[in-house]
Each structure stands twice: as C-alpha cells, then as structure tokens.
Design a protein around this ligand. Sequence first.
Ligand SMILES: NC(=O)c1ccc[n+]([C@@H]2O[C@H](COP(=O)([O-])OP(=O)(O)OC[C@H]3O[C@@H](n4cnc5c(N)ncnc54)[C@H](OP(=O)(O)O)[C@@H]3O)[C@@H](O)[C@H]2O)c1
Length: 122
Amino acid sequence: MADAALMAGKSVLVTGGTGGIGKATAIGLAALGARVGITGRDQARTEAAAAGIRAAPGRPAVDAFAADMSVLAEVRRLAAQVADTYPRLDVLVNNVGGFWAHRHLTADGSSPSLPAPTPGPD
Ligand SMILES: NC(=O)c1ccc[n+]([C@@H]2O[C@H](COP(=O)([O-])OP(=O)(O)OC[C@H]3O[C@@H](n4cnc5c(N)ncnc54)[C@H](OP(=O)(O)O)[C@@H]3O)[C@@H](O)[C@H]2O)c1
C-alpha cells in the first residue's frame, strides 16, 4: 500500500499524463501525496484525465495543462504557466518523447525526437 505522506508538500509535473505510462506515474505520485500536474495536447482530454485521478481515494490535487510539446512556443507557454501555478517544482517527469527512424522537423523547425522539449528554465 502506498505511503500517502511520502510526497506530501511536493509538486510534480508529469508530461504526457493523460494516458499510458505517464498517467500511471501521475496516479502513483498522487497516491503518495504529491500535488501533480499532468500535460496533454488537448485541454478537455487533459482535464478529463485529471478529474479521473482526482476521483481516487483521498481526492488528490491534480492540475491539467495543455501544450503540444513538439512546438517550442507551446513548451515556453507551458513553462510559464507551471511556474505561475507552483511556487516550486520538485519533480519533473519528462515522459513525452519518441524516436523516429527518419529525420523530420516539426512545424516550427525543431526536432521531435526524444525527449520532446522540456518545460524547464531557458
Ligand atoms: N510503452 C512502451 O512500451 C514504451 C517503451 C519505451 C519507451 N516508451 C516511452 O515512454 C513514454 C510514454 O509512452 P506511452 O506508451 O505511455 O505513450 P502513450 O500511451 O502513447 O501516451 C503518450 C502521452 O504523451 C502525450 N503526448 C503525445 N504526444 C504529445 C505531444 N506532441 N505533446 C504533448 N503531449 C503529447 C499524450 O497526450 P495526448 O494524446 O492526450 O495529447 C499521452 O499523455 C514515451 O516517451 C515513449 O517513447 C514507451
């Protein structure tokens, strides 16, 4: 059974927290008492995933942020939004990413390969 106090008082951002490994990670960290932010590309889908995690026993605090991490301007906007929301970010789970066998560029001319740009300090 998870120790609900282990991450109490900590703020965590899980990129790609609407499904898969990221959502499972967000659920686990929320169960440990962290305030968790999750990201996804679509605001409504991300809100729905956050609401699902909030419905868990103990009603954890979960915030939803929408950003397409393959677009650098959106990563910067996300970073500013996260900095406004959390006085301090203790953990970043940089889960969004991938690897493509053939080189291609995103709409803003950057590489989409792993890891997708991180909402860290410039
Ligand atoms: N599953 C595996 O076996 C495996 C193995 C090795 C490595 N990995 C790596 O582990 C990570 C998670 O894998 P997964 O299988 O859990 O993936 P997944 O189920 O496809 O989930 C991907 C998550 O990333 C988000 N996402 C995808 N593209 C995005 C973009 N451009 N901007 C913002 N968010 C984006 C999705 O959000 P929305 O769709 O809601 O936007 C979703 O929350 C990936 O980096 C993957 O490369 C996975």
